[in-house]
Design a protein. Structure first.
Ligand code: PBG
Length: 469
C-alpha cells in the first residue's frame, strides 16, 4: 500500500482597506494527508502551523487549494474561523463527518466484567510487516542503539522535531525603482525589474503584502545627469527615494520601509563614498554625506535606514544625526559584515552602478576573513545599531552564525543578486528544481541564525509558503 501524500493549505482572503488592524497575524494550518486506497479515507499525517503577519483586513472567505489530484472540497474537514482579540486565527479542524462512534450503553463495570469473563472486544490486528524485495539480505541487523532515522520516519515526527521555520514574516523584499512608467526587465536577474515608482512598484508591494511580506528595501536607479562626485542627490528631499517613500507610506502606512544608505547610486564614480584624486575613498567626508542621506530618508518616512557603505563610524554618526532631528524611533540596520564580493555583479547591472575604476576592497571586507567580522560587530553594537547584517548570504553562513552567537541583536542575511541569479539560471536550464532550491537556501539562512532575510525571492517564496504555487 503506497501512501499518497499531499498537502492542503487554507488561506485567508483579505479585503484591502486602510489598516485598522495593524500587525495582525493569521495562523495557517497546513495538513498533510494520506489517502487510504482501500477505504478512500483521508488520514491526517501531520500538520504544520505557519504564523503569518497579515497587514489588514477582515476575513472575506476561505479558499481551499488542493495540491493533490482529488477534490479538496470533498475532504472531511470543517474549516472554522475564530478571532482572538489581537489576532485572527484560522483553525482547520481535521475531524471526520462520520459522527460519533456508536456506543453499546454499557457501564464501566460491565465493560470490565466482560473483559474479565474473556469477552474481549475486537480491535484491528497489527498489520503484517511489509515484504522486502526478493534478494534482500537477511539477518544483517547492525548492532547499534542510536538510530537517528527513527526520528525522521514519518511526517508527523519530522514536523515535531523541525528546529527552524520559514515564514513570509522573515522576508524583506529588495525592489529596484526608476523614474519611468514602465517596468524594465533586468537581464542578469530573471524575474526582477526596475519598477516604475508610481506604477509597477505599488503593484509589486500590493502583491507582496497579499502573501504576508510587509517589509521592503528600496534601491534607486538614478539618472546619470544627477550623479556627481559627492553624490549630493542622495539627500535631495524630493529625490526618487524620498518621493517613493512618501507615496508608499500614504498608501500603506503599516508597510515597513528599509532604505539603503550609501552613495553608489548617486556617485559619478560608482563608489559608495567620495573618491579623492588619487583614488582614495574619503571616510569621514563620506560619513557626513551619509548622515544627510539617512536624515532625508527618515524625514520622508523610512522605518529602517541601512548603511551599506562600510565606512568606519557611520552607524554612530547616523544615530546622532537622526536623534538630533527627532528621529529617535527610526532604526538602523547596519551592513556589519559586508564583503567585497563578486556575487554583487547582477545588482550593479540593475542600477548601472559599477565602479568607474578599481574595486571596493578598501572598504568592503576581504572574503577570506572571519574574525574581522567581530571587530565590525563590536563597533556597530556600541554605536547603536538595531539590526546586524551579513552580506552575501549563503557563501557566508559561518559569518551569520558568528554574529548570531556573539550578539543578542537581530541578525539579517542578504541573499544577494548573484545568489538569486544562479538559482534562477540553474532552474531555467533544468539543472536544479528552482523552487525547492530557493526554499532550501532560505531555510539554511534561517538555520544559520538569520532572523530576517533580504531576498529577491521574497514574493515567490512567500507565495509558495502560502500554497499559491
Ligand atoms: C551598494 C549596495 C550593493 C548591494 C546592495 N547595496 C552593491 C555593492 O556594494 O557594490 C548589492 C546587493 C546585491 O548584489 O543584491 N551600497
Amino acid at each position: 500500500m503506497k501512501a499518497h501524500l499531499c498537502h492542503i493549505t487554507y488561506q485567508l482572503l483579505l479585503h484591502r482597506r486602510p489598516c485598522s488592524v495593524v500587525n495582525s497575524s493569521a495562523i495557517i494550518t497546513i495538513l498533510y494527508w494520506r489517502c487510504d486506497p482501500q477505504s478512500g479515507e483521508f488520514i491526517v499525517m501531520a500538520s504544520t502551523i505557519v504564523n503569518m503577519p497579515l497587514n489588514v483586513g477582515t476575513i472575506k472567505g476561505l479558499d481551499c487549494l488542493s495540491h493533490g489530484k482529488f477534490n479538496a472540497n470533498a475532504l472531511p474537514i470543517r474549516p472554522s474561523v475564530s478571532s482572538l482579540p489581537h489576532r485572527r486565527m484560522l483553525v482547520v479542524k481535521a475531524s471526520t463527518n462520520d459522527g460519533p462512534i456508536k456506543k453499546l450503553g454499557m457501564s464501566d463495570a460491565e465493560c470490565e466484567a466482560a473483559v474479565v469473563a474473556g469477552n474481549i472486544p475486537e480491535a484491528p490486528p497489527v498489520p503484517p510487516i511489509p515484504a522486502s524485495p526478493a534478494g534482500t539480505p537477511v539477518g544483517t541487523s547492525v548492532d547499534i542503539r542510536s538510530r537517528p532515522r527513527r526520528n525522521r520516519r514519518s511526517p508527523v515526527l519530522r514536523s515535531a522535531f523541525q528546529e527552524t521555520s520559514l515564514s513570509p514574516a522573515n522576508f524583506v523584499y529588495p525592489l529596484f525603482i526608476h523614474e519611468g512608467e514602465e517596468d524594465t526587465p533586468i537581464g542578469a536577474m530573471p524575474g526582477c525589474y526596475r519598477l516604475g515608482w508610481r506604477h509597477g512598484l505599488v503593484e509589486e508591494v500590493a502583491k507582496a503584502r497579499d502573501v504576508g511580506v510587509n517589509s521592503i528595501v528600496l534601491f534607486p536607479k538614478v539618472p546619470d545627469a544627477l550623479k556627481s562626485p559627492t553624490g549630493d542627490e542622495a539627500y535631495n528631499d524630493n529625490g526618487l527615494v524620498p518621493r517613493t517613500i512618501r507615496l508608499l507610506k500614504d498608501k500603506y502606512p503599516d508597510l515597513i520601509i528599509y532604505t539603503d544608505v550609501a552613495l553608489d547610486p548617486y556617485s559619478s564614480d560608482g563608489h559608495d563614498g567620495i573618491v579623492r584624486e588619487d583614488g582614495v575613498i574619503l571616510n569621514d567626508e563620506t560619513v557626513h554625506q551619509l548622515c544627510k542621506q539617512a536624515v532625508s530618508q527618515a524625514r520622508a518616512g523610512a522605518d529602517v535606514v541601512s548603511p551599506s557603505d562600510m565606512m568606519d563610524g557611520r552607524v554612530g554618526a547616523i544615530r546622532s544625526a537622526l536623534d538630533a532631528e527627532g528621529f529617535q524611533h527610526v532604526s538602523i540596520m547596519s551592513y556589519t559584515a559586508k564583503y567585497a564580493s563578486s556575487f554583487y555583479g547582477p545588482f550593479r547591472e540593475a542600477l548601472d552602478s559599477n565602479p568607474r575604476f578599481g574595486d571596493k576592497k578598501t572598504y568592503q571586507m576581504n572574503p577570506a576573513n572571519y574574525r574581522e567580522a567581530l571587530i565590525e560587530l563590536r563597533a556597530d553594537e556600541s554605536e547603536g545599531a538595531d539590526i546586524l547584517l551579513v552580506k552575501p548570504g549563503l557563501p557566508y553562513l559561518d559569518v551569520v552564525r558568528l554574529l548570531r552567537d556573539n550578539s543578542p541583536l537581530p541578525i539579517a542575511a542578504y541573499q544577494v543578486s548573484g545568489e538569486y541569479s544562479m538559482i534562477k539560471a540553474g532552474g531555467v536550464l533544468k539543472m536544479i528544481d528552482e523552487q525547492k532550491v530557493m526554499l532550501e537556501s532560505l531555510m539554511c539562512l534561517r538555520r544559520a541564525g538569520a532572523d530576517i532575510i533580504l531576498t529577491y525571492f521574497a514574493l515567490q517564496a512567500a507565495r509558495c509558503l502560502c500554497g499559491e504555487k
